[in-house]
Ligand binder design. Sequence first.
Ligand SMILES: O=c1ccn([C@@H]2O[C@H](COP(=O)(O)O)[C@@H](O)[C@H]2O)c(=O)[nH]1
Length: 232
Amino acid sequence: MNDPKVVVALDFGKKSEALSFIDRIEPSDARLKVGKEMFTYFGPEFVKQLTGKGFDVFLDLKFHDIPNTVAKAVTAAADLGVWMVNVHASGGEQMMIKSREALSQFGSEAPLLIAVTVLTSMGQEDLLGLGITKTPAEQVMSLAQLTQKSGLDGVVCSAWEAEQLKLQLGKDFKLITPGIRPAGSSSDDQKRIMTPQQAIDVGVDYLVIGRPITKAADPQAVLQQINHSLNV
Ligand SMILES: O=c1ccn([C@@H]2O[C@H](COP(=O)(O)O)[C@@H](O)[C@H]2O)c(=O)[nH]1
């Protein structure tokens, strides 16, 4: 598979567990996501270890700060050689534009720059708690429109919003969706979920999958089953 659709969220508690999984898969099987937990424990060296093995790494640190700080943070991510990096769309247009501009110096080597819209662990009630009266779908759409206007490559959203986003923002605007659950697996703390096959069918570009793989007795076997079910 030349363009693996699955991005495994490497939320392993121990580095040794992550490495033993990685040693049993190929870069053509999956891309890897390093998030806040593993990055905080193991830092840039861990990311370099993964890129050194030939894996595409999505550095999921969801930067959200003033424009200057975030532009420098995404530059540091690009210096690490990651495939994709993200910011929070709610950081606003100026923050996203400055980040996009900061990556222009990397030319064709620049990582994909995407923005988080509404976390997949959130539903209508959670938005109301923040004083947001839009539905999750409406809020995702307005943040995605702002993201596209700011020149970014795509968004993190749930698969529930994918069809409408592709329709309104075009097929080249990348959709990366956590909240993916194979049929029968626990939803954990995710609220807007879909199965891998359904997500591909509604037009998602990359599926972020963590616990259904990382908590399995045989993570490599589960990944292969998911890839097989996708038939891509
Ligand atoms: O809206 C979002 C944004 C990021 N995530 C991250 O994706 C994985 C999902 O892991 P699962 O175990 O498959 O639930 C995790 O690292 C989150 O930090 C998200 O879930 N939702």
